[in-house]
Design a protein around this ligand. Structure first.
Ligand code: PLP
Length: 407
């Protein structure tokens, strides 16, 4: 008889339900296609794949122009720099932002020398609604408003646009978390002058890192391309290049390649970004539907739990769910639900990053702060877990069980 004992599997820690389960939609097929692409691509720096992805994405978003970047943060930075380069916003301009947002939504406002003005969100929709903007405008002048469409939801963007139009306020959207969401009045991301999207792995579609700005304004997209690549004109249409060269008396083709016209960075994507974007775009709609189905199941459970608040989405015609928010009525309840999710092995995180005014960078650079009771409410009472389209039924069931009230 063999002296070797039969190995028994030790009961290890429970498998985690991760916020980011995979890098890609259709992970296996995408990785294989990417490997083949890298082996055979004639060029890997920004080129044809990026241009094709820009055209495909602009068509999908129903915008005239799409400019691809190496991240959502870069897309935000480029929008603010382009506004400054074009003289549409002067140094010191007051720029409103959603207080419940991501750091690199506000940082470029500070970096450009504009004045950041926090706007509170609505307690039912998690987003800045027109009434929140009006409350701020009652006491503070704004030159621009940079709204964040938070975790798949949005505010009443058509009303916000109307307010901005009436008061000559430049309106731009950070749509990094709400790609695919629609209102009866239009797609999220299409209400402002321009909007950003993030293709970081945690988002609706991934190019590993990546971002896009969509706009109908050709002058703005032209400046975005200047800002994206060193301040030069190489990625502009020939009629645009001619204009810049003539204006600045750059006569020789030899020097034209190294003429730097306005302030820029290197925020360029690679052909890998372009290739992945084109490939992921094929799977986007189906995966948005899968996330919606999971969200609706979670919403049903949350509706029956009187310890939780269910976000309002009646003003949306398509809710492109990003994550599953857990909005607890009190901080004590949040403590209880955090413990429940932790015990079940479900990864969680704060609601984006809470009230941005509480962040060290904001305290260091922004002197004027505002009373933000609703953003504070979410700071203390909420968190979220993932809603990946490739969760197994077991993973979804684990999340749903955590949302059940304890009897
Ligand atoms: C609202 C918002 N804006 C901007 C970003 C930045 O995107 P990226 O991570 O691609 O730089 C994020 C990232 O999660 C975000 O949630």
């Amino acid at each position: 008889m063999s002296s070797r004992r039969k190995k028994t599997k030790a009961a290890g820690p429970k498998q985690k339900v991760f916020i980011i389960k995979n890098a890609f939609l259709e992970e296996e097929a995408t990785k294989r296609a990417l490997a083949d692409f890298i082996l055979t691509a004639p060029k890997l720096s920004m080129g044809q794949q990026c241009e094709s992805f820009e055209r495909a994405f602009a068509a999908k978003q129903e915008r005239k122009e799409a400019v691809l970047f190496n991240s959502g943060a870069s897309a935000n930075l480029a929008m603010l720099q382009a506004l400054k380069n074009l003289g549409r916003l002067e140094p010191g301009a007051a720029v409103g932002f959603s207080a419940l947002t991501w750091s690199t939504n506000i940082m470029p406002i500070i970096q450009m020398g504009f004045k950041p003005i926090a706007v509170d969100c609505d307690v039912n929709t998690l987003n800045v609604m027109s009434h929140n903007l009006e409350e701020r405008l009652a006491h503070v002048h704004l030159d621009a408003f940079f709204a964040t469409n938070v975790i798949g939801f949005t505010g009443d963007l058509h009303k916000i646009k109307k307010i901005c139009d009436e008061r000559n306020i430049i309106f731009i959207e950070d749509n990094c978390e709400s790609l695919g969401t629609e209102l009866p009045e239009g797609k999220a991301g299409n209400f402002g002058l321009a909007s950003s999207v993030s293709f970081y792995v945690a988002h609706h579609m991934s190019t590993i890192e990546g971002g896009m700005v969509c706009t109908d304004d050709e002058e703005f997209s032209e400046m975005l391309r200047v800002v994206r690549a060193n301040g030069w004109d190489r990625n502009l249409h020939s009629h645009q290049q001619e204009k810049w060269r003539k204006k600045h008396s750059v006569g020789s083709d030899f020097y034209a390649k190294f003429a730097f016209y306005d302030l820029g960075y290197n925020l360029r994507p690679t052909e890998i970004t372009g290739f992945l974007g084109l490939s992921q775009l094929q799977f986007l709609d189906e995966n948005i539907k899968t996330r919606q189905r999971t969200y609706l199941r979670a919403e049903e459970v949350m509706k029956k739990n009187d310890e939780l608040i269910v976000p309002e989405r009646g003003h949306l015609s398509v809710h492109s769910s990003f994550v599953i928010p857990v909005l607890c009525k009190t901080p004590t309840l949040r403590k209880k639900y955090i413990a429940k999710f932790n015990a079940a092995g479900v990864e969680i995180r704060p609601m984006i990053a809470g009230n941005m005014q509480k962040q060290p960078f904001h305290k260091k650079y922004v002197k004027e702060t505002f009373h933000l009771p609703n953003t504070d409410f979410f700071h203390h009472n909420s968190f979220y877990c993932g809603n990946c389209p490739d969760y197994t039924e077991e993973e979804v069931a684990t999340i749903l069980a955590c949302l059940e009230p304890e009897r």
